[in-house]
Design a protein around this ligand. Structure first.
Ligand SMILES: C[S@@+](CC[C@H](N)C(=O)[O-])C[C@H]1O[C@@H](n2cnc3c(N)ncnc32)[C@H](O)[C@@H]1O
Length: 289
């Protein structure tokens, strides 16, 4: 890009073509996201500055961001933040980038009888990553005790930063844990998780900006992708109260297998629900009363 007197519109056009040439999908969207960040506005407000000639500092920053994306870094890590429901979360290579489907998982929890019951439910997010699920629940639920656990100290560090950013540091506890079995027996009202669920051999075939950039620990669900459902369901049997709710995000081909696991472990009211694209994406169940 050679640039000194180019308008933002021209820079974004040029940059999009450059990323297209590198085989990066959604190049225009990426350039607009980078530009919006640099102008501290939303993408939809960019039209106000399209015809301005950005100063060198902005042109350089745009070029740096674009170069990182061209080398394979996800734009979310380049931006260093990403929106999830009502939160703006810090994200970097220590955590999975929150996905839109997971916003729907939060919605399913919010609409559940366990979340609407009177009192102060104990809510646990297993494999909390950036903290997106548990921080959203803490923000959007009337009351509760909110705990996010993860085996990754790196992910927990970013989750704690996100709690500070959202002003939720007094409401959410984060703890290092392998699984979610370290709660008192029959003490938890809601257990929610978006565990690693991609079969190991498929992780190796993912797009490089996922496979080589996001933590493998957040992606790899073992040989059949179901390792963490087995482990977390086993823990859930112990820690969920009678009538407590279990809420999983699942891979789109895992509905039958996760249903069978939940039924084998004695859960009731097992439901497999679709995402907005119509694909199986969530498994819900209740601990027998
Ligand atoms: C798919 S990511 C989900 C992150 C976040 N909840 C989200 O929805 O964006 C799975 C998370 O599980 C964590 N994890 C992997 N193995 C775990 C284990 N044995 N116990 C607890 N957490 C684990 C990973 O570190 C990662 O943060």
């Amino acid at each position: 890009m050679s640039d000194g007197d180019k308008t933002l519109r021209e820079l974004v056009d040029l940059g999009s073509r450059y990323l297209d040439g590198k085989g990066i999908p959604e190049s225009r969207n990426i350039l607009e996201l980078l530009a919006a960040r640099l102008f501290s506005c939303g993408k939809l407000e960019l039209y106000r500055v399209w015809e301005t000639v950005p100063d060198t500092r902005i042109v350089d920053a745009l070029r740096r961001g674009m170069t990182r994306v061209a080398k394979g870094e996800p734009v979310q890590y380049v931006l260093g933040q990403w929106d999830f429901r009502n939160l703006s979360l810090k994200v970097d290579r220590r955590c999975l980038i929150p996905r839109p489907e997971t916003e729907q998982l939060v919605e399913l929890v919010l609409q559940s009888p366990q979340a609407k019951a009177p009192g102060k439910p104990i809510v646990v997010d297993a494999g909390t990553g950036s903290g997106c699920i548990i921080l959203s629940l803490a923000k959007e639920m009337r009351d509760g005790v909110f705990v996010g656990v993860d085996i990754s100290a790196d992910a927990l560090a970013i989750a704690r930063e996100n709690a500070q950013r959202a002003g939720l540091q007094e409401r959410v506890i984060f703890a290092e844990s392998d699984g979610c079995g370290e709660f008192d027996p029959a003490s938890v009202d809601i257990l929610v998780s978006n565990p690693p669920y991609i079969p190991s051999r498929e992780v190796d075939r993912l797009d490089p900006w996922i496979r080589d950039q996001e933590p493998r620990l957040a992606l790899d669900g073992g040989e059949d992708g179901l390792d963490y459902y087995r482990a977390f369901i086993n823990d859930a049997v112990m820690v969920l109260k009678p009538g407590g709710g279990l809420f999983f995000e699942i891979g789109d081909e895992q509905g039958n297998a996760v249903r069978t696991l939940l039924e084998d472990f004695g859960f009731s009211n097992v439901r497999i629900l679709p995402d907005y694209a119509g694909k199986d994406r969530f498994a819900l169940a209740e601990q027998v009363v």
